[in-house]
Design a binder for this molecule. Structure first.
Ligand code: NAP
Length: 491
């Protein structure tokens, strides 16, 4: 049965499409609210996804919509690539996944701006005015604000696409993680590229009739994206990705202004705002400024290379065995688990949960202390522990956890390093000086599980390991934790 023309014209009317958009925005905002806590995060994500589905349907209802075959092909390709990739990605590889998806968003925005420019006949207009004998071109055919937003979206989208790809390459170790820079000349090169891109943009907005200039602008912006991200060390990539994510959001919002599409404006602004807030939170939690991160050079792959491992410190390190650790834990009243990147790499969260269940069955009070930048992305530890069914009320944020260490018998540090390093408090020359840490050294004893004396993300030695109350259990987090659990059940 075919729809009546009245029904068809109603669903394709501007008012109906706008109502759908408003429903979608409400769902985006509700979804974001859900993401603020681990209990509601999954539901929040689903709500936002339904909102996005409605926004896509509303856009497709537009009577001016074009080639259905191509649209269907695009959707099918997106599903074929995106769904398996998102399902199979490991939690530790999530930052590079986000980089890739973010890059695709930026690239799409840049291409849409180019397509729009061509649809205007490869010029935003030819209106001219004469001032003091000089002829100045102004936008004519296309409103100037549309031209400005289009050009902004093209430049920022291209920077974001290329920057995100470099970030992906570094995290995936396709590219070297160390900073790749032209030295002091780098900042000048970046500035020249920025000036060239903006100059080309101004000429286009003023009415230049040249597709070549537009393409040139995209290429210069692409070079800029590479030039900005290559000198930043692999270790800082999560912050860079979040920053580029904010850029992509802003460029999408600019495209929305140019195309008069409210869905793009609202969704783009939400991404831009949340990306900026996230970038700032990460920078604050590491006690570093965003300009210093973008200037590059920090933690250039030190986490893998072990730049300042054992030997640089005069003190001695006490190693322990799984059976001794089990005895120490069994006789504790209160144990705090401090998870870090190593727990994520080892996928030890389920083993950790088994261990803590065993401890709880013996009457030990267990909680988990979560540092805001433990792991490689915000919320990394919360997601892993939630996956292992750790009760949410046992997860303590840093500010709540720190005062509790003094009445803790054993802090069990599992694959966490920098977030426990007292140098952040005691050593002004340390690169992490000023970063808030989990004050595990306040507890009566500390057991650290890691494979070696190699440093973590910041590439620096950890004073905690030389503290007389600390003992090191060397080994892979998953097997070491399982071994302790085995010893514990045999006690
Ligand atoms: P970390 O300082 O990077 O240390 C992780 C430790 O895990 C390493 O020292 C490593 O030592 C150990 N490890 C690796 N694989 C292991 C395995 N299979 N089993 C046991 N241990 C293993 O980690 P963190 O304490 O979680 O600190 C996070 C760092 O990332 C901070 O410096 C933070 O600033 C940075 N960062 C975080 C974010 C974020 O949003 N979360 C964003 C940007 C930067 P071994 O090699 O000796 O085993």
């Amino acid at each position: 049965m075919s729809a009546t023309p009245i029904a068809t014209s109603f669903v394709q009317s501007e008012s109906f499409i706008y109502v759908l958009y408003i429903i979608a925005f409400a769902l985006f905002i509700q979804g974001l609210r859900g993401l603020s806590g681990p209990t509601t995060a999954v539901r929040g994500n689903r709500i936002a996804a339904v909102g996005m589905g409605i926004a896509v349907i509303a856009t497709l209802l537009n009577p001016d919509e074009g080639n259905w075959g191509l649209i269907a092909l695009g959707i099918a390709l997106g599903i074929a690539v995106g769904v398996p990739a998102a399902r199979q990605v490991k939690m530790t590889a999530m930052p590079q996944m986000v980089a890739l998806f973010n890059g695709v968003g930026g690239g799409a925005v840049a291409i849409i701006s180019w397509v729009e420019f061509r649809s205007y006949g490869s010029t935003y207009g030819d209106r001219t005015i004469d001032i003091a004998g000089a002829t100045i071109r102004l936008g004519g055919g296309v409103p100037t604000y549309v031209a400005i937003f289009s050009v902004f979206a093209a430049i920022v989208g291209s920077v974001s696409f290329w920057g995100s790809n470099i970030a992906f390459g570094k995290l995936q170790e396709i590219l070297p993680g160390r900073p790749i820079s032209l030295g002091p000349a780098q900042q000048i090169v970046n500035l020249v590229l920025l000036i060239l891109a903006v100059a080309a943009g101004i000429d286009l907005v003023a009415g230049a009739h040249s597709e070549l200039l537009f393409i040139g602008m995209l290429i210069v912006a692409a070079l800029l994206g590479n030039a900005v991200v290559l000198p930043i060390g692999g270790a800082d990539m999560p912050v860079v990705i979040s920053l580029l994510n904010a850029f992509t959001g802003l460029s999408a919002a600019a495209t929305g202004m140019a195309l008069n599409n409210p869905a793009l404006i609202v969704a783009g602004m939400i991404v831009g705002a949340s990306g900026s807030i996230l970038t700032n939170l990460m920078a604050v939690a590491m006690n570093r400024s965003i300009p210093s991160i973008v200037a590059g050079g920090f933690g250039g792959g030190g986490a893998v290379e072990g730049a300042e491992g054992a030997g640089a410190h005069d003190g001695t390190v006490r190693s322990t065995s799984a059976s001794d650790a089990a005895i120490q834990l069994a006789y504790a009243n209160r144990v705090v688990v401090v998870p870090g990147y190593g727990m994520a790499v080892a996928q030890a969260q389920h083993a950790v949960r088994e261990l803590t269940k065993e401890l709880e069955s013996r009457g030990v009070e267990v909680s988990y202390a979560i540092h805001p930048v433990a792991g490689r992305m915000p919320g990394h530890m919360n997601v892993l522990l939630a996956e292992a069914d750790v009760p949410y009320d046992q997860l303590k944020e840093m500010d709540d956890a720190n005062p509790e260490f003094q009445r803790t018998d054993v802090s069990l540090v599992i694959g966490a390093n920098d977030v426990t390093n007292p140098a952040a408090k005691n050593t002004p020359s340390s690169p992490i000086y000023g970063m808030p840490i989990l004050e595990v050294a306040d507890s009566r004893s500390v057991i650290v599980i890691k494979r070696s004396m190699n440093p973590g993300f910041a590439g620096i030695e950890n004073e905690l390991y030389f503290d007389p109350k600390t003992s090191m259990l060397f080994g892979d987090a998953k097997s070491a934790v399982s071994e302790i659990t085995g010893e514990l059940s045999a006690l």
